[in-house]
Design a protein around this ligand. Structure first.
Ligand SMILES: [Zn+2]
Length: 407
């Protein structure tokens, strides 16, 4: 393969797609917006040019298929998403889609033991309807009919949005794959984190997508005058919460692979001369091992109880999200690591701390992922970038990997 030429093509197309935007001067492309229509025109043209049969499915995914002549062929999917966060970057999602299209150029139908399908998922970020993974949930058969009633900021339902686009919501269940029809799912994505840059590596093989617990904790103290209440007589909810936040950091620092974040704090009454009565905070805990994540959550809740007991303040908690980790398939991971070695690159694995469509597709098939280095670890931001040599390396590794899987 002419990896340089394909890299040039991919990067040029990332640039072109970045101009399909709802907000001029920014990369801002939400699900089924007019910018998406423009992106679909490009994708359709590029997929056809790669010899793929192209169609837009019932949830607005653009799907390009290269059929194998083998009567027992299953389908191997290479995909990522084409929606963006508001004022996002040029490469999140789109890089994986455009690399998939570039890689499909390498295979003639008669080369293929299995069908190759390149998918540009219409929706992953959850921006428009506050419901992420609409595209991949449709293929995985986990799309929930009640989501059709969800409304966007203009009070238009998902159902109405699909209708206005000319899509038939009744066909959504038909788009779902049966596990037996699939050979696997592969996604190339920018890392969106600092690990590969820190290690000086262009690419890394993803070992899995971490599970996530999201909790809300409320510390309940007693309001009082900041001048007249002596220190020993206070029931300060915020100092209790602060002690807990330090404890979260220490716990995660002492547990390999664990990340834990308090990202949101609400103080009541939030006034400079009143002792805080109530503090609500969020706690996000992630680990590739569900067992380690769940035990960390239990230990942190225990710590919170100890702190509040000692301080004679109250504690409430709820757990709105408990999402299991997804482990990438062993054999596909091995093939990706072999491909790295074949290309003269170190065989390096890392977990994904962020959710991806691969996580949803794991409900129906074996998944694997390759991360491309994110310089400066910046993502979901206009400064998001990739390096030419890294994309070239990722194309070589992925090309070798697909050769092993499909030929
Ligand atoms: Zn993404």
């Amino acid at each position: 393969m002419d990896a340089r030429a394909l890299t040039e093509q991919v990067l040029k197309r990332c640039e072109l797609l970045s101009h399909c935007t709802d907000v001029p001067g920014q990369v801002h492309r939400v699900f089924l917006s007019s910018a998406t229509r423009a992106a679909h025109r490009y994708l359709t043209e590029w997929m056809k040019d790669a010899g793929l049969e192209v169609r837009v499915d019932a949830i607005g995914n653009v799907r390009g298929l290269k059929r194998s002549p083998n009567p027992n062929a299953r389908t191997f999917i290479v995909a990522s998403h084409i929606d963006s966060v508001p004022n996002g970057g040029k490469y999140d999602g789109t890089l994986g889609v455009l690399m998939g299209i570039a890689l499909s150029h390498l295979f003639k139908p008669e080369d293929l033991q299995h069908h190759l399908e390149i998918v540009a998922f219409s929706e992953e970020e959850g921006v428009r309807f506050q419901q992420p993974f609409l595209g991949s949930s449709t293929l995985a058969g986990s799309f929930q009919a009640e989501w059709l009633k969800k409304k966007d900021a203009e009070h238009q339902t998902l159902s109405e949005t699909l209708f206005r686009w000319g899509l038939d919501q009744n066909r959504i269940p038909i788009e779902a794959y049966e596990p037996r029809e699939l050979l696997g799912y592969f996604e190339i994505h920018i890392e969106q984190g600092p690990v590969l840059a820190e290690k000086g590596l262009p690419v890394g093989v993803v070992s899995g997508i971490v599970g996530q617990s999201r909790l809300n904790l409320t510390f309940l103290g007693k309001a009082g005058h900041a001048g007249t209440t002596p220190m020993p007589m206070r029931l300060d909810a915020l100092t209790g919460a602060a002690e807990f936040i330090s404890c979260v950091e220490n716990h995660a620092l002492g547990t390999p692979g664990l990340v834990a974040t308090v990202g949101k704090v609400e103080v009541k009454p939030n006034t400079s001369n009143v002792i805080p009565e109530q503090v609500q905070l969020s706690l996000d805990v992630r680990h590739l091992s569900d067992e380690k994540r769940l035990s960390a959550v239990q230990e942190l809740l225990h710590e919170a109880h100890m702190i509040t007991q000692k301080r004679h303040i109250g504690l409430q908690h709820e757990l709105p999200l408990d999402q299991k980790a997804v482990i990438c398939e062993d054999r596909h991971m091995e093939l990706l690591l072999d491909a790295c070695k074949f290309c003269g690159l170190p065989e390096f694995t890392l977990p994904s701390g962020a959710g991806h469509d691969a996580m949803v597709m794991a409900q129906v098939t074996d998944v694997s992922m390759l991360f491309v280095r994110s310089p400066n670890a910046i993502s979901h931001h206009p400064d998001e970038t990739v390096q030419f040599e890294d994309v070239e390396a990722a194309l070589k590794v992925s090309g070798h990997f697909l050769n092993q899987i499909l030929r």
